[in-house]
Structures are given as structure tokens and as C-alpha cells.
Design a protein around this ligand. Structure first.
Ligand SMILES: *[C@@H]1O[C@H](CO)[C@@H](O)[C@H](O)[C@H]1NC(C)=O
Ligand SMILES: *[C@@H]1O[C@H](CO)[C@@H](O)[C@H](O)[C@H]1NC(C)=O
Ligand SMILES: *[C@@H]1O[C@H](CO)[C@@H](O)[C@H](O)[C@H]1NC(C)=O
Ligand SMILES: *[C@@H]1O[C@H](CO)[C@@H](O)[C@H](O)[C@H]1NC(C)=O
Ligand SMILES: *[C@@H]1O[C@H](CO)[C@@H](O)[C@H](O)[C@H]1NC(C)=O
Ligand SMILES: *[C@@H]1O[C@H](CO)[C@@H](O)[C@H](O)[C@H]1NC(C)=O
Ligand SMILES: *[C@@H]1O[C@H](CO)[C@@H](O)[C@H](O)[C@H]1NC(C)=O
Ligand SMILES: *[C@@H]1O[C@H](CO)[C@@H](O)[C@H](O)[C@H]1NC(C)=O
Length: 422
């Protein structure tokens, strides 16, 4: 799910140039806003929780049959929300790009079918948060506290999830962490792709639509604390200290854009706008991460989620993922979820992927002695074998791992171009 079709050109943005969606409490959005704090104006004061509800405890072991589905393409349980935005450009069953009308009520109606197959966990692909009217996949959220009207109200989500849980099944929901929609452009490059620039570009809003909880900034800071970066070979990239010094005082990365496919150094991929259409929050900045974590915790608590699957996992800076996961597991524990599951999309080979699994391991952490390797526990000489401390576990597992994907493609007789690398 790393790649998404490039279907939002300038024409679309022109057509939908005015939007007033409030993240702060707004009576008009009360059915969809996971923030129910009527007085909060600071995003960190937003709050919402499924009230008077007994939260579903985690399973002790997540090895179970899991079913993946795209909500919009699955089953239409509530036709009244198909044109929730009231435009000509959202619901059309006859083509592949617009919405087909699937929603959370349709999923609820289908639970006999899914449970009958022996499915124990549902991974609902795409974030539940609001996207542009025509964007059915959910991967370009515009607001991390507002649910997309096309998928259902908070009540409908809660009804469906309560029934899923009552059947002994679990719900894992996608999370894009720092990937947002396409509201920000770079000065001088509005009609063309923006090259990578380590000094960053001046950003501007493409239309009068805004992210209400995040802003860019064009002021230059002389020095910035950059995160640790790792390369495709799994090793830390150490020669960037002269490359990356100052930065813009911004909640978004403004270094330019990269294509969805093609070979780029991983660190550039992690701080660029993805596929020219997805703005990237600067999740390595602690104040930005605090908001992302807070919103993910609220969504979890409002919908009683059992796990998150991190989209484009390796395009998130590594230590920020460890921090985020640690924070979300703590949040889940306050709801009695002791084994909240966090998987990530591993769009790379095994070496780089290993940095993100658990506490992370580079090639230098390789265990030569097989007996020691298979008898290793979490108490084994920690620093020697892992790159992050206890508790800073990033992903528990992979969902989708491209090594598996490439292997399956070959098995099915399809030769993948070696340059295919998202
Ligand atoms: C539909 O979306 C447009 C822009 O995305 C927004 O201005 C408008 O308020 C929305 N209308 C409804 C009914 O949600
Ligand atoms: C709601 O917002 C107010 C600030 O207006 C804050 O003092 C309060 O702690 C918030 N409530 C919750 C439950 O976070
Ligand atoms: C939760 O329960 C309390 C006490 O019974 C009640 O006042 C409140 O309205 C309930 N909240 C919801 C959302 O049902
Ligand atoms: C982009 O290109 C269009 C069509 O060539 C032109 O009308 C418009 O002024 C250009 N916009 C910018 C910001 O360069
Ligand atoms: C860092 O090292 C890599 C691999 O040797 C090289 O490709 C890259 O150009 C170097 N970058 C800088 C900024 O020196
Ligand atoms: C974030 O991650 C880094 C690297 O693992 C760690 O040193 C730091 O303590 C973490 N910060 C928080 C707030 O968890
Ligand atoms: C491998 O580790 C085991 C257990 O620590 C040890 O008994 C054995 O001698 C080691 N083998 C080698 C070749 O070092
Ligand atoms: C190792 O795992 C056990 C069992 O899950 C846990 O109780 C213990 O705290 C862990 N120790 C460390 C150092 O992570």
C-alpha cells in the first residue's frame, strides 16, 4: 500500500479549493470527531474515549488467521453515506478510482462470512480519517481526529467493532503516522516535481484548505537535531553530519519530493514528500510526534482498536517509530490492552527491515553462533544485539514485507524488475 495512484492533479484541487473542517470541537462534526473536548484549543488538550465501554483485552498471542480488506471496496451497508460529500466526484461504481461505497456497516453485515472462514483478526486497510472526497483508500488523511464520513459515524464504527469483539475477533487499523494528504506545495515547483534539497524549500498552501493541527514554516534554524538514519544495507548512515545541519522551523519536511518507485537513499525517502502527493510530517521533531501520538491514542480509545499497522513503515525515521510505538503501547495498556499489536509495511529487503523489527538489529548485531542465536532471550546481552533500548520496540511484525511479495511474484511466474522498489 505504499504506492497510491496519482489521481489528484491540479484540476481536482481547483475544484475543491475551499474546505472548513474543524479539528477543534465542532457541533457539525460531532458524529465523526474523535475529539469530544468542547473547550480544547490546544491539540494536546483534545480528548475522546469510548465511554462506559469495557475495552477488549489483547490476545496473548497474535499468531492467528488475519483477513485484509479495503473498506470502500468491501460491502456497502449504508448507502446514505456514499455521496457524503455531495460532489459529482466521489461515488461511482463503474470506474476504479472513485469510491464504491463500502463502509463499516457493510463490514458488520459480513461478519458471519468472515468468521465462518475461521478469520480471527481483521486488518482494515487505509486510515479511518478524513480524506479528499474522491480518495477511497484512506491513505492520505487530512485530519487525524476526524473520521471520514463515507465509512460511517463513530457510533457505526463502535457498533461494528463491538460485534467483531463479541465474536472473539480482533481489529487492526492502518496508521500512516507522518503521511498526510496533498495540501502543501513548494515555491517555484507548483507545476513540476520538486528536487531534493538539503536546505529545504519554501512551502506554501496549494489552496485555501489547511491542516488545522499542523503547519509548515519557512524560517531557517542554524542547527537541528537530526535523527539517526539507516541505509538499505541495514547500517547507520554516518556521513550526513555535514549534509544535514540546519533545517526549517517546520512541522513538515520540506526537502522536496520523491517518486513512489525508484532508487533513492533511504534517508532522503524518509524526509521527502511521497510520490509527489503525500505531505510528510516531521515526525522526528518531538512536538510533532507528541501530537501524532496523542491523536493515535484518541482514535484507539474511541474505537477500541487491538492493533495498528503502519503504512510505508520504512519511510518513517527509525527512532521516531520506536518512540511512537512505545507511547501507543503505554496508551493501550491504560485500556487494559497488554499486547497491542503494531506491524509495519516493510518496503525493502531484510537488512533494512531488521532495523525496524522489535528493538532493531543491524548486520553488526548478527549472532555467529547458531546455538546462541536460537537460545537468545530478551535478557541476552542487550546492547550487543540490539540498536534500541528495552521498550523502544518499533514493529512487532511485517504487513506487507516486500521480500515475501517478491518471492511470491516469482513463484507465480512474474519476474519483478529489480528496480521495482517503492
Ligand atoms: C465536501 O468537500 C469540500 C472540499 O473537499 C468541502 O468544501 C465541503 O464542505 C464538503 N461538503 C460536505 C457536505 O462534506
Ligand atoms: C479539555 O480541554 C481543557 C482546555 O480547554 C483542558 O484543561 C482539559 O484537561 C481537557 N480535557 C481532557 C479530558 O483532556
Ligand atoms: C456513561 O455513564 C454515565 C453514568 O451512568 C452517564 O451519565 C453518561 O451519559 C454515559 N455516557 C455515555 C456516552 O453513554
Ligand atoms: C501552471 O501551469 C498552468 C498551465 O500551463 C499555468 O496556467 C499556471 O499559471 C502555472 N502555475 C504556476 C504556479 O506556475
Ligand atoms: C555517504 O556515503 C555513501 C556510500 O558510500 C555515498 O554514496 C554518499 O554519497 C555519501 N554521502 C555524503 C554526503 O558524503
Ligand atoms: C526515542 O528513541 C530514542 C532512540 O531509541 C531514545 O533514546 C529516546 O529515549 C526515545 N524517547 C522517548 C521519549 O521515548
Ligand atoms: C556456541 O554457543 C554455545 C552456547 O553458548 C557454546 O556451548 C558453544 O561452544 C559455542 N560454539 C562455538 C563454535 O563457539
Ligand atoms: C523479557 O520478557 C519477559 C516476558 O515477556 C518480561 O517479563 C521482561 O520484562 C522482559 N525483559 C526485558 C529486559 O525486556
Amino acid at each position: 500500500m505504499a504506492a497510491r495512484p496519482f489521481r489528484c492533479g491540479g484540476l481536482w484541487l481547483f475544484l475543491f479549493s475551499s474546505v472548513a473542517v474543524a479539528l477543534i470541537y465542532d457541533p457539525q462534526q460531532v458524529l465523526y470527531n474523535v475529539n469530544t473536548n468542547q473547550t480544547a484549543t490546544d491539540p494536546l488538550d483534545y480528548w475522546g474515549i469510548w465511554e462506559n465501554h469495557t475495552f477488549n483485552p489483547s490476545p496473548s498471542n497474535w499468531r492467528m488467521p488475519m483477513y485484509t480488506l479495503m473498506l470502500d471496496r468491501f460491502a456497502n451497508g449504508d448507502p446514505t453515506n456514499d455521496d457524503a460529500n455531495g460532489t459529482q466526484y466521489e461515488h461511482d461504481l463503474t470506474q476504479t478510482q472513485l469510491r464504491h461505497g463500502g463502509d463499516i456497516s457493510g463490514l458488520q453485515d459480513s461478519l458471519d462470512y468472515l468468521q465462518g472462514m475461521g478469520i480471527k483478526a481483521l486488518y482494515i486497510a487505509g486510515s479511518p480519517h478524513i480524506n479528499q472526497p474522491w480518495e477511497s483508500d484512506g491513505y492520505s488523511p487530512l485530519d487525524l481526529t476526524l473520521l471520514d464520513h463515507h465509512f460511517g459515524t463513530i457510533q457505526q464504527w463502535q457498533d461494528a467493532i463491538a460485534e467483531i469483539h463479541s465474536r472473539g475477533m480482533y481489529v487492526v487499523m492502518d496508521n500512516t503516522m507522518s503521511t498526510m494528504g496533498d495540501l502543501i506545495g513548494f515555491q517555484g515547483y507548483l507545476n513540476t516535481s520538486t528536487p531534493f534539497n538539503r536546505f529545504e524549500h519554501n512551502a506554501l498552501w496549494k489552496t485555501d484548505r489547511r491542516y488545522l493541527d499542523f503547519d509548515f514554516g519557512n524560517n531557517e534554524l542554524d542547527s537541528c537535531e537530526y535523527p539517526r538514519f539507516y541505509g538499505d544495507d541495514g547500517n547507520q548512515v554516518l556521513n550526513l553530519t555535514s549534509e544535514l545541519v540546519g533545517c526549517r522551523d517546520s512541522e513538515f519536511d520540506q526537502y522536496g519530493e520523491i517518486a513512489a518507485f525508484g532508487n533513492y537513499p533511504e534517508w532522503q525517502r524518509q524526509i521527502s514528500k511521497f510520490a509527489f502527493v503525500q505531505d510528510r510530517l516531521r515526525e522526528w521533531r518531538p512536538d510533532v510526534r507528541a501530537k501524532i501520538e496523542h491523536f493515535a491514542c484518541m482514535t484507539l480509545g474511541m474505537l477500541d482498536l487491538d492493533g495498528y499497522r503502519m503504512d510505508k513503515g520504512l519511510m518513517l525515521t527509525l527512532d521516531a517509530v520506536g518512540n511512537w510505538s512505545s507511547s501507543i503501547r503505554t496508551c493501550a495498556k491504560t485500556l487494559g490492552k497488554e499486547n497491542f499489536y503494531i506491524s509495519g509495511e516493510i518496503v525493502a529487503g531484510n537488512a533494512f527491515g531488521s532495523d525496524y523489527i522489535g528493538r532493531g538489529r543491524t548486520p553488526a548485531n548478527y549472532v555467529e553462533n547458531v546455538t546462541q542465536a536460537v537460545t537468545m532471550t530478551n535478557a541476552s546481552e542487550n546492547d550487543k544485539y540490539f540498536i534500541r533500548d528495552v521498550g523502544q520496540n518499533a514493529f512487532d511484525g511485517a504487513a506487507f514485507h516486500y521480500t515475501v511479495y517478491r518471492f511470491l511474484s516469482r513463484l507465480l511466474g512474474y519476474v519483478v524488475d529489480p528496480s521495482f522498489h517503492t
